[in-house]
Design a protein around this ligand. Sequence first.
Ligand code: NAP
Ligand code: MG
Length: 403
Amino acid sequence: MNDRIKMLAPLVEIDGDEMTRVIWAWVKEILLEPFVELKTEYYDLGLSERERTKDGITAEAAEAIKKYGVGVKCATITPNEERVSEYGLSEMYKSPNGTIRAILDGTVFRAPILAKGIVPYIPTWTKPITIARHAYGDIYRNTEAIVCENTNAELLLTLPDGTEKRLPVHSFGGSGGIVQGVHNTDASIASFARACMNYAADTKQDLWFATKDTISKTYDRRFRDIFEEIFAAEYKEKYEAAGLSYFYTLIDDAVARVLRSDGGMVWACKNYDGDVMSDMVATAFGSLAMMTSVLVSPQGYYEYEAAHGTVQRHYYKYKAGESTSTNSVATIFAWTGALAKRAELDGLPALADFAKKLEFSVLETIGGGVMTGDLFSISILPEKRQVDTKEFLIDVSRRLKTA
Ligand code: NAP
Ligand code: MG
């Protein structure tokens, strides 16, 4: 144990809920701690700690990422009414990811992990599609209300000089209904645009962006204009020199074109589009459990996580004492992404090398025919074997020891 790899600065470790919390502990025990003297600052975002701290712990974790630069996060429950009664919550706390994204004002990049034997549902997708999700505003920071009949809804703007501007939303007549107010800021859209343009250039991929600006002629149009202004002023020459392109189209046209493409682009999406499309793209590439996710802030803070949730259905089986075959790959890659970033920032080649070897061992395990149930059902390998959650980790560790 003495020759374990040492770390310099701590990694912000953010624990979570249900099956992914179980996997979290096993990944550390089986794949990380035997090889690395982990140095982490631990934040428990499991629901009971969020309840105990009235969700203060979530903002503390985000602040810690600002302090140390790199975090790794386990999936967490976003409470709904069922969860409020299941966990006896005093409030329906907001999505921890939403809170963290709002504090870091970052962009989320999601890319699938491609493994031998796992063939995408769209056979032409031979290259990964990276989805960049704008992580601020729109319906994720909305104000909404149920309104009764004969209510008049207006948008009221109070200008800096105190004058008021009213815009009609809807006059509800005989039927009540619903209203919502959403916003975004030029600053956030601009940093989203720059994050996408930098990331696509760094990874040598074309950048696509789409909104619904034919319908939303002011709100969505603003996104399009900011992207175009920044591209023309700051990136056009660099892209031309590198043979890369920036391509804008309507969101529905983008969906149709992506389906016909061979992949290999960064697809910048507004917040909601990115939420939905990343699940579609992940599933089409094989499994939601093979999707990585990294939040990159304009100041250069990084938070790595798996794109999937807490895998509740498997957790209930686990709690009932049954064996589960839950895929830990995206959780492992969240750790390797964070460790590699720590290694890069702190100048630790041994740690960077470890992260690479661990990723390699995971892919070798799956390519070698050993996999969890989600992959077993789609792998085209002639010889394959389904293992349970822990067996998979143990198999990876065996390969890692000889890597
Ligand atoms: P989920 O946890 O992503 O799981 C949905 C289904 O996808 C699972 O039931 C399972 O299908 C499959 N799946 C997902 N990850 C898998 C894995 N690692 N291995 C094998 N199969 C996997 O979504 P959910 O059940 O809708 O949400 C559960 C909780 O997660 C919710 O409370 C939600 O708030 C939270 N959530 C958190 C995050 C986050 O923190 N980033 C993201 C999304 C959702 P089968 O049941 O068919 O095997
Ligand atoms: Mg989603």
